[in-house]
Design a protein around this ligand. Sequence first.
Ligand code: PLP
Length: 356
Amino acid sequence: MNLHIVPLDPAQQKPVPKELGFGNVFTNRMFSQHYAPDQGWHDAKIGPYEPFLLYPATAVFHYAQEIFEGMKAYRRPDGHINLFRPWENMKRFNNSARRMAMPVIDEESHLEALMQLVALEHEWVPDAPGALYIRPTMIATDHALGVQASKTYLHFIILGPVGSYFKEGFSPVPVYISDTYRRAVRGGVGEAKTGGNYAASLLVGEEAKAKGYSQVLWLDALEGRYVEEVGAMNICFVYEGCKLVTPPLTGSILPGVTRKSVLQLAADLGYEAVEEPVDVHEMLAGVRSGYVTEVFGCGTAAVIAPVGKFGFRDEEYIINDYQVGPVAARLYQELTNIQFGRRPDPYGWTQLIAVK
Ligand SMILES: Cc1ncc(COP(=O)(O)O)c(C=O)c1O
């Protein structure tokens, strides 16, 4: 990749914020490159974070041909920076691109550009437990209204320092189980990280919020019986304190990097860790009987998010007395210790970015 780095105008540099929210502050620089069939990917640059000029008829505004990724850069105790399994995100970005009829990117040079961007913005990586959120995105840019795959695309990466995803921090959250609406169906685009999946979830998200819940748990679209995933996380259940279960990847669930890591870590910690279908009625009966001892979401944004209660058809199901369970706490510790470089990484999951 022929990457052009535009010098930053010092007068336009923003100060690094002290207080961290989630997804509302962005760094000074961004990466961008363009695609056209006769040129391939071209004009790769790291320049100032600035608005795009796009015509109202630009394809992405009408048919949502768009994909993105979500990953983080973590500040290590020695001051250097870790990425966590970035190769998985590169692979998933290209899988999403193929599903949405978009051009793939070169994974290696994309990762190099991303690392260069993070290195340039290293001052923006907060100390733990904060992190620098990384959002690679690709949009269709043809200036035409025909329903067809665009010929031209824009790929960009933006960065923003983030604190805790939930206002509750690492403490249990209430989750609403949607019985009316469905997020994704097998054969659809549920396993791609594309904006439309999230747009489809917003109405129920608002409904859930109005009822006092912070997330929505989705059920399968065919029978409304099997648990799929939470809004921006995969979901795990602990049976009798020793068996960790997460729904299998059947095509309508996003294959989470955290999910994959949790399955491996849990197995290595001695738990039985399996992918198997979870019937919502059996699961809720298990919560009531105490067979289901813990429930937690897992994803890049929150890492591990314990679920304190489910709301389903006007009934409430309290999990583990609304307390953080030992399995969630252990996995959170193990995973964040690797991400932040506080313990050796026996898996080769981290990619170091040395800060000069
Ligand atoms: C719908 C959905 N499921 C699951 C996840 C978790 O994936 P990951 O662990 O790769 O962040 C995310 C977050 O990216 C998501 O948006």
